[in-house]
Design a protein around this ligand. Structure first.
Ligand code: DC
Length: 231
């Protein structure tokens, strides 16, 4: 046990592509440790949602940057132990999960000025430690000194199937092929963009979620937290 790490809490960075199971795992780890959970993808989605409301087009990069610099994003807890997403005080938890915002958030997240603004918000949110932050560049850019870095991945087909089931549960009319196509396009853009592409930090612990249950992945991460003296 490391008294400093127990009292203050460590920083846990969880990165990986969409549909690999990051969010489910990150939330469970945060709950078990009593840490703050931060979904940085929701911040890019919230920015895309607000820009879309204002009718911004992707060629007007400066307008997106200005918007990202002034947006107010909050994650208050809801009564079921989950989290809401507020933009400038308005609850947009469900609005940021539509196919339109899912698609739009990818090119918006590739604008360097948008990333700079949101990364600095993320750094402020996690400044005091005791945080599980998930995204694409947490271990490489946002918290390169995080005590624990995890990279969760899974095969393309497993990820698409998971996403498709989520879409079906929300009543969206979309085929598995459409989900797969959109995932491929986003994966390509997220991992090939010039600024902070999706990639594991050299010291990341790689976890293949194809072959492991959620609980096994969570237990593995909690064991690593123990090694770091956080438990
Ligand atoms: O994790 P997600 O699908 O909710 O993320 C939405 C988009 O934001 C996705 O295209 C990747 C991007 N993103 C990013 O570039 N960096 C992050 N730290 C988190 C998400």
């Amino acid at each position: 046990m490391n008294i400093q790490n127990v009292l203050k809490g460590i920083t846990i960075a969880i990165d990986g592509p969409s549909g690999a199971g990051k969010s489910t795992v990150a939330k469970l780890v945060a709950r078990r440790l009593g840490y703050t959970y931060i979904d940085t993808g929701a911040m890019y989605r919230a920015t895309a949602w607000k820009g879309n409301v204002f009718g911004l087009t992707l060629d007007n990069e400066q307008a997106w940057v200005d918007l990202a610099k002034t947006i107010r994003i909050a994650f208050p807890p809801d009564k079921d132990g989950g989290q809401r997403v507020l933009v400038d005080g308005m609850d947009i938890t469900t609005q940021i999960r539509t196919p339109l915002i899912t698609q739009l958030s990818s090119p918006v997240s590739a604008i360097p000025g948008v990333r700079r603004a949101l990364v600095s918000l993320q750094q402020a949110m996690g400044r005091n430690g005791g945080v599980v932050m998930e995204g694409r560049d947490i271990g490489t850019v946002v918290f390169p000194n995080a005590e624990l870095k995890i990279f969760i991945y899974a095969s393309e087909s497993t990820r698409a199937e998971r996403r498709w089931k989520e879409c079906q549960a929300r009543g969206e009319d979309i085929t598995l092929e459409q989900v797969l196509d959109s995932q491929r396009e986003r994966d390509k853009r997220d991992s090939e963009r010039a600024d902070s592409p999706l990639k594991p930090a050299p010291e990341s612990i790689m976890i293949d979620s194809d072959r492991l249950s959620i609980q096994v992945v969570v237990d593995k991460i909690l064991a690593l937290c123990k090694d770091k003296g956080a438990l």
